[in-house]
Design a binder for this molecule. Structure first.
Ligand code: PLP
Length: 462
């Protein structure tokens, strides 16, 4: 198995190389050259297996023998032992045919833990084998930073530097990052906004001279290993509801499109999925594209579901590559046009997308209404991201007789602001985190200057 770029110009890479590399050198994203099949029999045999065992079976073809089976099994078991629920990602039945897939039982209470608990361990494995060290740099407005820190805190060969905008992330989100006191974890509060922090990370990737040869690794959602890890819960939940003998549908609160793209890969592998519903907040580029063929950027809107606040959906490029028949040149031309002007997809690829995907966009007022309504009907308090999914599943589902699985991407305690605005007294943090607000914190405040940040990274890496 090799990995190829969506823009057709970069060299094909092995699994190990693709995990250690971020974006392809031609500006594209890496995808597997062929999508491995999961046959009817193999799916049927997964019924009743543990999450870790299903994870091993689903991911093994992508790893391509580059980690031996026993070692990979160990990595997978360790990654998912950090989840507080025995089922790792339990299904919660809401009504006769609507289920929540709870992806928030990991260390930071959001679905990004599923991928990042695994990615940190895979990176560390390859670095140790090579006798190398690496530095991770990332900018965060909340979720990704804490999940990346939790995924890397035990990795001997990795140092992680996460930049967040000083005084502009919620206290819970900041403390989830700054209370991790491991020697290889460095939190930097930038005196600026998220865009300043992200610009400095991008500039550091573009010119890595300040690291004098140490590898810089990205753990954002364009890393293939994150997609691969997310394929697993689509398979596990569908099998729990009767696949391959019956089809299911999924509704996915979406932003950068990494999560729902993983579902699409599961379908391409052979999982019977009738429909994917893409739920967005008011930042609705995915909905506008699918519904009106309006593939254009619009100004960022700050919403009650902040982890879905995006202008561009980076992983959508991977789906476009499939919809355009893997024509890297066509994808490159489309995305270059998209950077500078409003554009549209060609008719045939758009029609292909509409066969598998529907979409629905949910504004802030509706998010609050949905949190109240869902509680009234099911006794569950949904987090604001999951609330977009709950509404989209009801509005856009094609067939009420097919089980609908809505992905619950965050724990409501993590986004108390929306829950309180909806009229609830708030939701307690789960027991393993109830002392979060008393824990010791460690972080460094730096000016929004590239030279200051790079000097800090260069001095502190081990
Ligand atoms: C990151 C995130 C999303 C969006 O996921 P994508 O893979 O970017 O589409 C949705 N909900 C929560 C809580 C998140 O943290």
């Amino acid at each position: 198995m090799r990995y190829i770029s969506t823009r057709g110009q970069a060299p094909a890479l092995s699994f190990e190389e693709v995990v250690l590399t971020g974006m392809a050198s031609d500006g594209g994203l890496y995808v597997p050259e062929t999508i491995p099949a999961l046959g009817h029999e193999e799916l049927a045999a997964m019924a009743g297996l543990s999450y870790a065992e299903i994870a091993f079976r689903v991911m093994q073809p992508y790893v391509n023998g580059e980690i031996d089976d026993d070692t990979f099994r160990g990595i997978v078991e360790e990654a998912y032992a950090t989840f507080s629920h025995d089922a790792v990602v339990p299904l919660n039945q809401l009504d006769a045919n609507h289920f929540l897939l709870e992806l928030f039982h990991g260390p930071t209470l959001a679905f990004k833990d599923v991928a990042l608990q695994l990615l940190g361990r895979i990176l560390d494995h390859f670095l140790k084998k090579r006798g190398e060290r690496a530095v991770i740099m990332g900018a965060t407005s909340g979720d990704t930073g804490s999940a990346a820190i939790e995924g890397c805190r035990h990795c001997d060969n990795l140092d992680i530097f996460i930049l967040h905008p000083h005084n502009r992330v919620s206290e819970v989100q900041r403390r989830q990052m700054t209370s991790v006191l491991a020697d290889n974890v460095f939190n930097v509060a930038i005196e600026g906004n998220f865009d300043d922090a992200q610009a400095m990370v991008k500039a550091s990737f573009a010119d890595q001279g300040f690291l004098e040869g140490t590898r810089l690794v990205a753990v954002n959602s364009i890393n293939w290993a994150r997609i691969m890890a997310q394929v697993v819960y689509y398979v596990a939940s569908a099998v729990a509801l009767g696949a391959p003998h019956r089809a299911v549908s999924f509704c996915v609160p979406s932003a950068n499109f990494g999560n729902v793209f993983a579902g699409y890969i599961a379908k391409r592998m052979g999982l019977p999925v009738e429909q994917f519903i893409i739920a967005t907040n008011a930042n609705d580029i995915l909905h506008r594209t699918l519904c009106d063929n309006d593939f254009s950027k619009q100004a960022l809107k700050a919403t009650l579901a902040p982890s879905m606040d995006i202008v561009v959906s980076s992983n959508f490029e991977r789906l476009l590559f499939e919809a355009y028949g893997r024509d890297g040149e066509a994808v490159r031309a489309l995305l270059e046009r998209f950077q500078s002007e409003p554009t549209a997809l060609a008719e045939a690829p758009l029609a292909t997308l509409r066969e598998s995907f529907a979409s629905h966009s949910v504004d802030d007022a509706t998010i609050l209404e949905v949190i109240r309504e869902a509680h009234h009907r099911t006794q569950e308090i949904l987090d604001p991201h999951t609330a977009t999914g709950y509404r989209a599943a009801e509005r856009a589902r094609a067939d009420a007789t097919t089980p609908m699985i809505t992905l619950a991407t965050a724990h409501p305690a993590k986004f108390a602001e929306a829950v309180v605005k909806a009229g609830f007294p708030g939701v307690p943090l789960p027991p393993h985190m109830d002392d979060l607000l008393e824990r010791e914190e460690r972080y460094t405040v730096l000016p929004a200057e590239l030279s200051a940040v790079q000097a800090f990274v260069a001095e502190n890496r081990r």
